[in-house]
Design a protein around this ligand. Sequence first.
Ligand code: BGC
Length: 909
Amino acid sequence: MYTNVKVNNLKCEYSVDPLGLEVLRPRLSWHIESDCRGQLQKAYQVLVSTSVSRLEAGDGDLWDSGKVDSDNSIQVEYDGTALQSRQRCFWKVRIWDKDNQPSQYSNAASWEMGLLKKLDWKANWIEPYYKVPDHEAGPCPMLRKEFNIPSVFTYGRAYITALGLYELYINGQRVGSRFLSPEWTDYSKRVQYQTYDVTGILKKGTNAVGIILAEGWYAGRVGYYEQRRHYGYRPRVLLQLEADGIIVTCSDDSWKQTLDGPLCSSSILDGEYYDANKEMPGWNKPGFDDSKWETAACLDWSKTKVVSQYNEPIAVTQTIQAKSASSPEEGIFIYDMGQNFAGWSQLKLKGRKGQQVKARHAEALNPDGTLYTDNLRVDCYVGPPKGTLPGAGQTDIFILNGNEEGEICEPHFTYHGFRYIEITGIDKPLPLESVIGKVVHSSAPLVSKFHCSDDMINKLMSNIQWTLRSNLHSVPTDCPQRDERLGWMGDAQVFSQTACYLMDMSRFFNKWIYDIRDAQWENGFYTDFCPMVEKERCSGAPGWADAGLIIPWRLYENYHDTRVLQEHFDSAKKYIDCVHLANPDLIWRNETGKPFSDWLNGDSFIMDDWPKGNAAIPEEVFNTAYFAHSTFLLSKMADIIGKDEESRRYLELFNDIKRAFNTEFVDSEGKIKGNTQAGYAIALHFDLIDRELCQAAAGHMVKSIEDYNWHISTGLICTHMLMLELSRYGYNDIACKLLKNETFPSWFYSVINGATTIWERWDGYVKGRGFQDPSMNSFNHYALGAVGQWIFENITGLKLDAEMPAYKHFILHPRFDGDIKHACCEYESAYGTIKFAWKIEQTDLRFEITVPPNTEATLYLPAENIDKVTEAGNKIDSVSGIKCIETGQKITFCRLLSGKYDFLVSEFE
Ligand code: BGC
């Protein structure tokens, strides 16, 4: 007898049917599909086979787990025969349900191993030589080679990477849909290779392979540095093509190269110069005459480690059409895409041979309707002593070839942060449908939907999501437009829980943790951004460096990833030990790097009648709070991975730091040194205040908000903590007020002023006053969007439970502010889709809930008397699926087993 439970959505290392995997014991997960209440998994059986036919026959020749009594349906580690390079693995799974009835097997899924050993690579690095220009981006070299495949084959693979960026073509066809590959890592230590399925592109007989290279992050300008070539001088490439696991060609000195292609220059920050008259039709197909091309030269294998890409590729995830056009001056045409985002523009046009068309990109317009580019910093700083900071040009130039059918102008190896495009060099405006925006970022899947009765909040959530999407380019960046775009760790860590509510960050953050470790100083300090490109290594800033503990912890809480904790533990411990060593009295005063503290707090605002000087939290309060918190996380990590002695030791250290914090900074009435909003927020958030003083400290926090006429004075790091702690300590109404203030600083202020993404500064733009300091005024900066976490956890009320990670158990606890009448969300958890909606109708409050199989939830009902609560019309003490009920003051908690529920609270006020 089979249960009618279905098993589907099989993933391996967070990914559907991955290729090129290098994880020797991959982790498997599946979803259980069932409408039945209380459905769960009592046991599972996984079969992994070397072929589909063996799998179909039930022969798990690589691994047959047998029946394993366990409720694990995520992070199940492969435990079969040792996996080899190129190994193809086909797998399926079945489960035993709550009644111990087996399900049918799932459909088959697969994974394939990559090139695990250096010896698997027969390819050599090839690097086209050119004289490197001092202050400009170099040309984009093109490479080609023809080769023969003597017999038919069943599958083809391309393994490729570059130091720089590449586009790969086979037989005239662009391979894959990735952009900006191999993406950014610390190339002096590690570069990622990509694996493509080229089965349908390779053919028996003569084939041609072509590659275009660009300098990218490797040899181009990065961050706010004038100089280029942080990692190397010219791009180089490594390629191996295989059919049925046999090498059919690879990069070596038999390749041909030219520097005379149409991509005359390309830079991530500045844009591209493309001359269509230099196109060479057929260059990437067999039969092209390359006799005038030069022969490529091989290089030694560099020290750089070549590893398979773990994170989702950077890809075009959406296209948008221009919404309106204007012409502020003759010959200048401005297009408004209606949305600030990261990517590039695609122009469809017809013109004369040799005609130059220029597209500049920016986030805002000047009052006269021209493009506002000051915040791209092109003209901000000039000359010594600061050095020239040339800004981000964000300009693509196309020389047309006059093709009668029209031309498509689109860059290859750059990206811009923009809402507006200025086009010059055209005789008349282009129709809106000819101006397309390509939205480009690391394609981590969006995992949630949110809606509530307040459209301003909906818009804010949309702005937060767009800002996240704009700042994922294999590294979580601060901003996508100016000459910065660095993996600032402080911004990433404060926003990380919001990011996890919006997107599946498992693969992205797992990759970035390698970057974090690659950048770590030998003495243990983490850097302030990574990958790190500064020689002196900007490092150790409290709140920034601490991302080295917070990001792995997010992966644990959200995805139950314990492997990342195991791999990262020694590194994290080294960091805590070096902060401790430098600060033996446990107050973090020494070795603070550049202490950015609660960056861009209220003391940085330009506003008359604004209290000055009381916003910035004293640095040692901020620093010590982070020292305590990271030490606490380290002790938790040790506990989870079974390092009991270390767990005890670091818990003791945490308690000692906490004691020192209270002695040094907290008085007997719960007032914290500096009496700042940020001080209370961070101390409460990290549970640093002695329990009996917490409520008093929360009261001081509220008073410090009143002192600012009920406005926020916190900065990038402490703002979301302020919101979360207000709601936790019973001041949800004040948090709602802060959210909705229509005067700045507040989130609604930017929405009212037309924001489509989150601004770097509360006062980025003020009507009448204009733009803030252009040297630092991004309109696409996610840090202040960390309020998304508060919105999720308090307005819809969905919150993860760190004690039972990955939503094995989760909390449903909305807080009602009286104004919002309904809210709903859907979240794709590792176990399946959670749905939660609440709605107030007169005096009725209704909840609709889906708890995925194999998980549980705790619902907080705002009712003391359970007689006022029904589920699908029944009294709740007799409903199946409700595991237990507890009543507290004005609240009833119900522990729900999996299934769908429809609760009604009557006489709700
Ligand atoms: C970035 C910030 C970052 C900061 C360090 C800025 O330039 O844009 O978001 O965290 O530097 O203070």
